[in-house]
Design a protein around this ligand. Structure first.
Ligand code: C2E
Ligand code: MG
Ligand code: MG
Ligand code: MG
Length: 287
């Protein structure tokens, strides 16, 4: 009996492995076609200063509207793109698209996510310089978001890349700060503009002393180093007030605004309000 149960378990396990391998392969082949078919789009989540009164930037977030599977989240396909190397073409498209959008909100900048492999690419900085030049956009209209993990892999080289990025006029942010592998020792040597507090700490703030303490520490660290600090994942008024009291300079999250299609982002940037945000995928494409 136990033996049979064991065998079943093994079979179930194998099948789920097959399933995930198949899914990965589907994503990998689908993603290349999706780029060609125009199934990818960017949405832009506003980043606010002055407790939510002023929009200072928009973070570009990728969306894949698959006619077959509906909306596929970047958490699902970015790791596959990263592993297959497709991330480079994908990332180039993202930057070009984001810069075109940023031209429509000259008073704000656009913040773009880069995965570790993109950051490690030869000519990473030169490529970005060429892209802003081609787009006719000033480098300070573009912020580069990198996670600590990408920076920790080769801290000396990372420090050099960050230095060159800032020298060229780009803004630099560490994303998901506090969840990765960078050390304060390294932070010391990094040229930065912004720390983004990971949403898990913001989420825990009202419940656990530990999360609240970490949020406060990051805000103090950022201020002492002369950096902007953005709290991510702000979902309610209580969090917003607590962050304001703690001296957090910028906030981002569903409570303030979801990610918006470019037209809605432009409307917001121009001082209008977006009462019914458009969704990036047509409703019939949603699962
Ligand atoms: P991230 O850069 O940390 O982005 C923040 C994520 O939190 C986004 O998820 C955003 O939609 C979500 N979010 C915003 N407000 C709230 C909130 O109030 N509560 C909660 N719980 N979540 C909120 P999304 O769009 O699914 O992106 C996930 C991750 O995928 C991003 O995390 C980023 O690491 C990666 N990603 C997205 N777009 C790109 C891209 O163009 N290139 C690369 N390399 N990575 C990307
Ligand atoms: Mg980000
Ligand atoms: Mg983040
Ligand atoms: Mg993240």
């Amino acid at each position: 009996e136990a033996k049979r149960a064991g065998r079943n378990l093994v079979r179930v396990f194998d099948e789920s492995m097959d399933e995930s391998v198949r899914f990965r392969r589907q994503i990998e082949t689908g993603l290349g076609q999706a780029m060609a078919n125009g199934e990818l789009s960017l949405v832009y989540q506003p980043i606010f200063a002055r407790g939510g009164l002023e929009v200072v930037a928009f973070e570009a977030l990728l969306r894949w509207c698959s006619p077959e599977h509906g909306m596929i989240s970047p958490g699902m396909f970015i790791p596959v793109a990263e592993e297959s190397g497709l991330i480079h073409d994908l990332g180039d498209w993202v930057v070009e698209e984001a810069l075109e959008a940023a031209k429509r909100w000259p008073g704000q900048f656009v913040s773009v996510n880069f995965s570790p492999r993109q950051f490690r690419r030869q000519n990473f900085v030169a490529q970005l310089v060429a892209q802003v030049q081609r787009a006719g956009v000033s480098p300070n209209q573009l912020q580069i978001e990198i996670t600590e993990t990408a920076l920790a892999e080769n801290a000396e080289r990372a420090a050099d890349t960050l230095y060159r990025l800032r020298q060229m006029g780009f803004r630099v942010a560490i994303d998901d700060f506090g969840t990765g592998y960078s050390s304060l020792y390294n932070i010391r040597t990094f040229a930065l503009d912004t720390l983004k507090i990971d949403s898990s700490f913001v989420d825990g703030m009202g419940r656990e002393r530990e999360s609240a303490a970490i949020v406060h520490s990051i805000i103090h660290l950022g201020r002492a180093l002369g950096l902007e600090v953005v709290a991510e994942g702000v979902e309610n008024e209580t969090q917003l007030q607590a962050l304001r009291l703690a001296g957090c300079s910028q906030v981002q999250g569903y409570y303030l605004s979801p990610p918006l299609v470019a037209d809605d982002a432009v409307r917001l940037a121009e001082g209008g309000s977006v009462l019914e945000p458009q969704t990036p995928c047509a409703p019939e494409a949603q699962v």
